[in-house]
Design a binder for this molecule. Structure first.
Ligand SMILES: [Zn+2]
Length: 124
């Protein structure tokens, strides 16, 4: 049984982010080409539909029941994407308004934000 599963090659093997996953599981593709959760900002290591599906159905059951698949889900995901954009422009404003922030530390802060790590994570 296990050996026949190993031989099977499905679409899930082709490690590319599928745009449909944004609407289905609230994931977007980050700059590394890896799926990032719009709800909790967790980054997954593989572009595998099963991983995204498991993350969404185990961690965000409330979101799934609040916004059933279809138009409601689509709108909720769009809202999350807008918030994501707003928070990254807030970071830009914050960096620009701090006079002692140089370009290098701004780039680091931006990179940390992109990777979804908390600001308390290490030195920068
Ligand atoms: Zn999540």
């Amino acid at each position: 049984m296990a050996s026949s599963e190993k031989k099977r090659r499905t679409e899930e093997e082709n490690r590319e982010f599928n745009q449909d996953w944004t609407e289905s599981f609230a994931f977007i593709c980050n700059t590394d080409g890896l799926p990032t959760c719009l709800i909790c900002h967790e980054k997954l290591a593989h572009n595998k539909k099963s991983n995204l599906e498991r993350h969404f159905t185990t961690k965000h059951t409330q979101f799934a029941s609040n916004y059933p698949t279809g138009n409601a889900r689509k709108k909720a995901v769009e809202e999350l994407q807008k918030k994501q954009l707003q928070s990254s422009s807030m970071l830009t404003n914050w960096a620009q308004s701090s006079s002692n922030v140089n370009l290098a530390s701004f780039a680091v802060a931006l990179e940390i934000a992109r990777r979804g790590k908390p600001f308390t994570d290490g030195e920068y």
